[in-house]
Design a protein around this ligand. Structure first.
Ligand code: GLN
Length: 548
């Protein structure tokens, strides 16, 4: 393959972040935090995630198992770690930042079918690893970044991850010492019986990495217990990582503290030294002020989240962060009340929502729990409780209004009509549907509206007030749309169309006037919320709940 030479003209420095011992260590947060500290020292930093699953993209992964599907502005369906990267670096990534094994193999096999390998045997090394490296180089070159951080999903030693780790190894050979850095994140378990933190699994994991030929430059040790002094030296001796480059990372109350912990131990200096980089900027202290503010004692605000998955934070990762950020913008701490959409269906709605100041209905797919969500929306509308509906939440708010205000008693969404019943009779009451021009199914079977779309706002709306501008851009991930055949009937009944695409064809925002704050958006504003500034709609939603 065409690889950049050792004196690579692009001059990009690469940092690979791998994980060992066990999964769920917060490798994504660690990688994002490294990006954060380097960005604040004046470097332009890009990030990329390599995921070992043989899926071609994250769109088909079950959110209950794998966490939220994050969507980039250019419409790629990605792993939720991309959300951490965007939030920690205040950066809009592209689909190039998300690479899954399936797409690597697909590219290699397509090339083989075209005969591009000229009859050679196609192998993991070099063909699959070449494809992996190509993705890393392309990702890094997107915008002339100084530093490109690649997080390798999974744990070192997993069957499925070898080609990524092997490609990372080759890149140091290709680009030379000082241009590629390896960060390994491990776990130090604690034994209750002897009250000891143990290093053996971490040692073994480093050995596993060295078996492939990678000597980590930096070791980040995740732990729930204080690491005794001498332990760093011991780890250093066994892993061949210098003590200054071993960072004990205790579990902390807020993930946003992690960059500061790294800075306190001068990890930024270690990284810069190892990459022969000189910082050209002192940090402006914004992040420190932000973290101090979130740690301060504050009043709280309680928000009810009516969802299908009520125990899994990861399923609504960006939404939870957006709500927290908006609460902080309003000088409050967020208390989330998880409300089970299925339980509320037959439950006592006023009782289940008694102590919440605002109600959120998030995005979702499938019919399960929808009637419960509609009940919660009706309760919010009638009792003038601030309401924010996201994607599915907006569609269900439309259905609720159609049924209970506009008199379309059977109002529903085409999503809930069985395949065999897609005739005019059954589709008659679909206030949410698939538009005729959307029905063309592409090769992958996808009909979703994905990624960033422009939206024009009605100047007499909660939304315009929040954004303070007439045109905005937000990210989408849905199949169904507001049915324009009902536009007149619903607006006559009092529903406000507060935002549409610039050609006015697609309804993007609905609102209910004469209500403290009732907004449903067809898009996912949670993806563009940032910890330091929140998101205009979330900020105003929380402000409205406080006023109440
Ligand atoms: N299921 C709905 C649709 O496909 C909403 C999707 C979502 O909330 N992301 O249109």
């Amino acid at each position: 393959m065409n690889k950049p030479s050792r004196t690579s003209a692009s001059g990009v420095k690469y940092i690979f972040v791998t994980g060992g011992v066990l999964s769920g260590l917060g490798k994504g947060i660690t990688a994002a935090s490294i990006g954060n500290i380097l960005k604040r020292r004046g470097f332009s930093v890009n990030m990329q995630k390599f995921d070992q699953y043989i899926n071609v993209d994250a769109g088909t992964l079950n959110p209950a198992e794998h966490g939220e599907v994050f969507v980039t502005d250019d419409g790629a369906e990605c792993d939720l770690d991309l959300g951490h990267y965007e939030r920690f670096l205040d950066l809009n990534l592209t689909g190039k930042s998300s690479v899954m094994t399936g797409e690597i193999y697909q590219a290699v096999i397509e090339r083989e079918r075209r005969g591009d390998y000229l009859g050679k045997t196609v192998q993991v090394i070099p063909h699959v690893t070449d494809e992996v490296k190509k993705r890393a180089y392309q990702g890094a070159q997107a915008n002339h970044f100084d530093i490109h951080i690649v997080e390798i999903g999974g744990t070192v030693g997993d069957n499925e991850g070898f080609h990524f780790i092997e490609a990372a190894r080759q890149m140091r050979l290709d680009l030379g010492e000082g241009n590629v850095l390896y960060v390994h994140v491990v776990f130090l378990p604690h034994l209750k019986a002897s009250d000891e933190v143990k290093t053996k699994p971490a040692q073994n994991s480093v050995r596993e990495l060295r078996n492939i030929g990678i000597q980590p430059d930096i070791l980040i040790t995740r732990t729930d217990y204080e690491v005794p002094e001498g332990m760093i030296d011991k780890l250093s001796l066994y892993t061949n990582v210098e003590p200054e480059a071993i960072l004990p990372l205790l579990t902390v109350p807020s993930v946003y503290q992690v960059p500061l912990i790294m800075e306190d131990s001068k990890l930024d200096d270690v990284i810069l030294r190892k990459l022969s980089l000189q910082a050209n900027q002192q940090d402006n202290g914004e992040w420190l002020t932000f973290v101090k503010h979130i740690q301060e004692e504050k009043e709280s605000v309680t928000i009810g989240l009516v969802g299908k998955y009520t125990t899994m934070l990861d399923t609504y990762a960006s939404l939870v962060e957006a709500l927290k950020a908006a609460a902080w913008q309003n000088d409050r701490d967020l208390i989330l009340r998880w409300v089970d959409a299925e339980e509320i269906e037959s439950g006592d709605v006023p009782k289940m929502l008694a102590d919440v100041s605002g109600i959120v209905v998030p995005g979702g797919f499938g019919i399960r729990g929808t009637e419960g969500k509609i009940k919660a929306i009706q309760y919010a509308r009638e009792n003038k409780i601030p309401f924010f509906g996201l994607c599915l939440g907006m569609q269900l708010a439309t259905i609720e209004y159609a049924r209970n205000v506009a008199g379309i008693k059977q109002a529903t969404s085409q999503e809930y009509i069985d395949e065999g019943d897609l005739d005019q009779e059954h589709l008659r009451d679909c206030v949410i549907h698939i538009m005729a021009e959307q029905k063309v199914v592409d090769k992958k079977g996808g009909t979703m509206r994905l990624g960033g779309w422009d939206c024009v706002l009605d100047q007499q709306s909660f939304s315009y007030q929040a954004y303070g501008q007439a045109q905005i851009r937000e990210r989408h991930r849905h199949r169904y749309e507001f049915n324009n055949d009902f536009r007149e009937q619903l607006t006559k009944a009092g529903l406000r169309i507060a935002g549409t695409t610039p050609d006015k064809k697609l309804v993007e925002i609905i609102e209910i006037p004469n209500h403290p704050w009732f907004v449903g958006v067809q898009f996912h504003p949670e993806f563009t919320s940032r910890p330091l500034k929140g998101h205009p709609l979330f900020n105003d939603f929380i402000a409205a709940t406080i006023k109440k």
